[in-house]
Write a new protein. Structure first.
Length: 170
């Protein structure tokens, strides 16, 4: 009877430990690299091109998630819904070694990253024919202005003389 009770107790403890371990095991899933959905699937190599990606996923709510990219580690706590996100600053163009750890789980993969091409502007200087400024039309507008002034001056002088003769020199 004692042996039976002891065996039942041991089996019960083992069942409790197994259930506890199963219930409290961290589930670490990578769900997104930048705007690329991983659908929870882990491959040994990912290829991403675009702006510098953030890494996001799920883990046990409140668990600490350590994300290591090229030997630089950033840590974050999973939210109450289990989601986490990290913006690693050590991602470089080319191959990046990534390791994500929480509890006793570790996800490791290579991330081949290529940033978007930077827009460039090139200044091209072109000379006009012969490499000099055009000479036709450069002095046209000042000449027109001077001519208009002379017309007003002389016409005004004649008009004043006629006005004076008519009204003041009688």
């Amino acid at each position: 009877m004692r042996t039976r009770r002891f065996v039942s107790m041991v089996v019960g403890l083992i069942a409790v430990l197994v259930l506890y371990r199963t219930a409290s095991a961290a589930y670490l899933i990578l769900t997104r690299i930048g705007n690329l959905s991983t659908s929870g699937v882990l491959y040994s190599t990912w290829t991403y091109s675009g702006p510098a990606p953030d890494l996001a996923g799920t883990a046990t709510p409140g668990a600490v998630v350590a994300v290591t990219v090229n030997a630089v580690t950033a840590t974050v706590s999973a939210g109450v819904d289990g989601t986490w996100m990290v913006n690693p600053v050590s991602i470089v163009s080319g191959s990046n070694s990534v390791s994500i750890a929480s509890g006793n789980e570790v996800l490791s993969f290579l991330l081949n990253y290529s940033p978007p091409a930077s827009p460039t502007a090139t200044v091209v200087q072109t000379a006009t024919s012969g490499g000099t400024l055009p000479t036709v039309g450069v002095m046209v507008w000042p000449l027109g202005l001077v001519a208009t002034g002379l017309v007003i001056f002389f016409a005004g002088k004649k008009t004043r003389e006629r006005f004076d003769d008519k009204y003041f020199n009688q």
